[in-house]
Write a protein that binds this ligand. Structure first.
Ligand code: ZN
Length: 206
């Protein structure tokens, strides 16, 4: 698998494209950048097989409708966050200055351990509640898309927003620390890191 980063939209969130090794098939994760902009920066147009959300916060899905219209791909989100797309309080839309903006209905409600096809390869869903109740990470060997659960340099997500749970977040981070140390972590905000870099910050969760 290959991960391409599209960092820091106007609200500071990162968008990622995960490609299979042939680069013919892909999914987008947290579509905060428009489809046209991402394709222009990629320089080619893969077959997008899914629009994946790490959680239901508005700053991670600013271009969700645009991606849905442009690709026709299914929108996938954690089961417990599915309602947030149509709930401006749960999505923090109003908090982020987006008023009553709504994002429609997801097509697929994901649970822990499910696998998402990217060509002939697979991304695995890891349920990581705490930042929101339905927060997910997406994993394949060597890569972890960590949403707002885990950030670089010891950062973890806020747990004081709608649906947040501090002890659940700590348990989720502890679970991620069991992944191989050379796994590259692609957070929802800020720079990339690795599990090996982060493990020293999170020993107290063990
Ligand atoms: Zn968030």
């Amino acid at each position: 698998m290959i991960v391409k980063s599209f960092p820091r939209n106007g609200m500071g969130s990162n968008c990622y494209v995960v490609l299979d090794d042939s680069q013919r098939h892909a999914v987008v994760v947290d579509p905060s950048f428009s489809y046209d902009r991402v394709v222009a920066l990629l320089g080619f147009t893969p077959d997008f097989q899914g629009i994946l959300l790490t959680h239901g916060h508005a700053d991670h899905m600013l271009s969700l409708k645009n991606w849905r219209e442009s690709t026709g791909a299914s929108v996938m989100i954690g089961r417990a966050d599915a309602y947030a797309l149509d709930d401006p309080e749960a999505s923090c839309a109003s908090l982020l200055g987006l008023g009553n903006r709504r994002f429609g209905e997801p097509d697929v409600r994901l649970s822990d351990g499910e696998e998402i096809a990217v060509g002939s390869e697979r991304l695995r869903v890891i349920s990581t509640p705490g930042h929101t109740s339905g927060s997910l990470c997406y994993y394949c060997t060597g890569h972890l898309l960590s949403g707002d659960t885990l950030f670089a340099s010891g950062g973890i997500g806020r747990s004081d927003l709608f649906g947040g749970d501090e002890s659940a977040l700590h348990a989720s981070v502890a679970r991620l620390m069991k992944l191989p140390r050379d796994t590259v972590v692609y957070p929802g905000h800020g720079p990339e890191t690795t599990i090996g870099n982060e493990i020293c910050f999170h020993r107290y969760f063990h």
